[in-house]
Design a binder for this molecule. Structure first.
Ligand code: SAH
Ligand code: DHB
Ligand code: MG
Length: 222
């Protein structure tokens, strides 16, 4: 059993439970056409994000790392009337592709896409009084996951969920010989979570079309 089985199972779940409509298909196709890397969440993961957002009744969401807007569409579709999602993307070209994808999916009016490095957008969001957020999806440059988490925690309501993608990375998370800053940051992230009384968290390993990785789920309890 290996990555072919993981792929087949993801395709089975997509075909039964995490169905794509035309807009999601078009978002994937347009992103590939424009040369964006194929590193969006898998369909089952997109559906999971949507279910998590619905579970907490999210009206206000924040996403780090838009890429072509694939996860953004899944999340935005969980919003009630009048809900908002702010999504942060460093690459202006990717943001252009995302804008078209979001428009096609009919979620543009609910999505506020900010172009620039997230660490530069955050002080601006703070000044604007953004939040409190009900759900945050951290999926941008992995070296800054701890900083994005710390800021998010200060801008979330109790009961909010913070989800961070790509924390396991083929198990490199626990390979102490690996000094890749993106991996070291995931260990620092786990240490922060362990010592932070305002959250309860866990990490789930995943195998699928995107390989072997995992995500962290943190519930804001105070
Ligand atoms: N959430 C998307 C995938 C995001 S991939 C999905 O699942 O559909 C990671 C994205 O983070 C890339 O588009 C990359 O350009 C962006 N990124 C990298 N560094 C960033 C930074 N400093 N600030 C904001 N976005 C960044
Ligand atoms: C990669 C995967 C991701 O899910 C992501 O958000 C960024 C990069 C990757 O495989 O390189
Ligand atoms: Mg990711």
């Amino acid at each position: 059993m290996g990555s072919e089985t993981w792929r087949a199972v993801d395709e089975y779940v997509q075909g039964t439970l995490a169905l794509h409509d035309e807009a999601l298909n078009a978002a994937v196709a347009a992103s590939a056409e424009a040369g964006l890397p194929s590193i969006q969440v898998s369909p089952p993961q997109g559906k999971m994000l949507q279910l998590l957002a619905r579970s907490v009744g999210a009206r206000s969401m924040l996403e780090f790392g838009t890429l072509g807007g694939y996860s953004t569409i899944w999340l935005a579709r969980a919003l009630p009337e009048g809900g908002r999602l702010i999504t942060l993307e460093a690459d202006a070209g990717y943001a252009d592709v995302a804008r078209a994808n979001l428009e096609r999916a009919g979620v543009s009016q609910a999505v506020d896409l900010r172009v620039g490095p997230a660490l530069e957008s955050l002080p601006r969001l703070h000044e604007e009084g953004a939040g409190p957020f009900d759900l945050v999806f951290i999926d941008a440059d992995k070296v800054h996951t701890p900083e994005y988490f710390a800021w998010s925690l200060d801008h979330c309501r109790p009961g909010a969920l913070i989800v961070a993608d790509n924390v396991v990375r083929d198990g490199l998370l626990v390979d102490l010989d690996c000094n890749d800053p993106a991996i070291v940051a995931q260990r620092r992230f786990h240490e922060m979570l362990a010592g932070e009384p305002r959250v309860e968290a866990t990490t789930i390993q995943t195998a699928g079309v995107k390989g072997y990785d995992g995500f962290t789920l943190a519930l804001v309890v105070g």
